[in-house]
Ligand binder design. Structure first.
Ligand code: FES
Ligand SMILES: [Fe+2]
Length: 313
């Protein structure tokens, strides 16, 4: 697993070419720029006048001030230092002194998207694949709850491995999960499905930082998505989304959906509370694997060969 060791080396540069969650959508506004440490750099997120989320490099191309400390003026981000302004494409749109705008006066604008109550940015000039989804459902079908999950001293792909680590579901979480016979691996996703008369688990890893699943237990369909983003080389910030099917808009049914959602949130909180003490203290390495780890081993190979590259600047 030489390639995995390379990914764990703090001196390696670049990150996977994937969609990373930047912030809760409700925290990204048209009034106040939001600064976030992401991908070993800093980005600024805000909304343009049409309401679309914009994610840009936060370092001003003039002298390097943090644009997230500035203001949004007429839909453009204004640097706090000399008040240069940048538009949604990242081009410098205005220099108050009237100086000619130099050609290098641009900030990088990440491809961005809004889904599952989160704003996402793709690490690259153009997305290689679609924003992550939850198996078997569209966002419109669900009542969701989205939360911040805190930080971990690990790259996001280590946390994501939980989604395909069937051994830990039984040992650490005490779940009666079985192991799928096969998992299907494509360029940018890994998917599996375990189905019996009374149980369904349809899981999908998208990129190397998102695990989402549709679970049916005791006749109840629940949906969840766990997404992580690198802060630096070996640290990450997480978010989780849980959802249940929307019900007809009658007060009693809304109560039912809210109660079900509460139940799923409690279940997810329990899983995270069991994972955290282990994931936050381990010295991760791919060591002696056994047959039960075969899908996990396949995942590590997928991670090691997943496209990666420098963060555009
Ligand atoms: S450092 Fe941003 S305008 Fe000068
Ligand atoms: Fe877990």
């Amino acid at each position: 697993m030489k390639d995995i060791d390379r990914l764990l080396d703090p001196n390696t540069t670049g990150f996977h070419r994937a969609w990373f969650p930047v912030a809760l959508a409700r925290d990204v506004t048209a009034e106040q720029p939001l600064g976030i440490d992401l991908l070993g750099t800093r980005v600024v997120a805000y909304r343009d006048p049409s309401g679309s989320a914009v994610v840009q490099t936060a370092w001003c191309p003039h002298l390097g001030a943090d644009l997230s400390r500035g203001e949004i003026i007429e839909g453009q981000i204004r640097c706090p230092y000399h008040h240069w302004r940048f538009d949604q494409s990242g081009a410098c749109a205005h220099i108050p002194t009237g100086d000619k705008i130099p050609p290098g006066a641009r900030v990088f604008t990440f491809p961005s998207a809004e889904a599952w109550g989160l704003v996402w940015a793709f690490n690259g000039d153009a997305p290689l694949f679609h924003v992550p989804t939850i198996p078997g459902v569209t966002e419109q079908d669900l009542t969701i709850e989205v939360r911040k999950r805190g930080t971990r001293p690990l790259p996001p792909w280590v946390g994501t491995s939980n989604g395909i680590d069937f051994q830990h579901l039984r040992a650490l979480h005490g779940l009666s999960a079985s192991t799928p016979k096969t998992v299907s691996v494509s360029d940018y996703a890994i998917e599996y499905r375990i189905e019996t008369d009374r149980y369904l688990q349809h899981g999908r890893i998208t990129g190397t930082n998102v695990f989402a699943q549709h679970l049916r237990r005791e006749g109840l369909d629940t949906y969840m998505l766990f997404a992580g983003a690198p802060i630096g080389r070996l640290s990450s910030r997480g978010f989780c989304v849980v959802g249940v099917q929307k019900v007809a808009d009658k007060a009693a049914d809304r109560h039912l959906a809210a109660a079900r959602l509460d139940g799923v949130c409690g279940f997810v909180e329990r899983l995270l509370a069991e994972d955290d003490p282990v994931l936050n203290t381990m010295r991760f390495r791919v060591g002696a694997l056994v047959r039960s780890d075969r899908h996990l081993a396949r995942y590590f190979k997928y991670v090691a060969t997943f496209p990666s590259g420098e963060v555009p600047a």
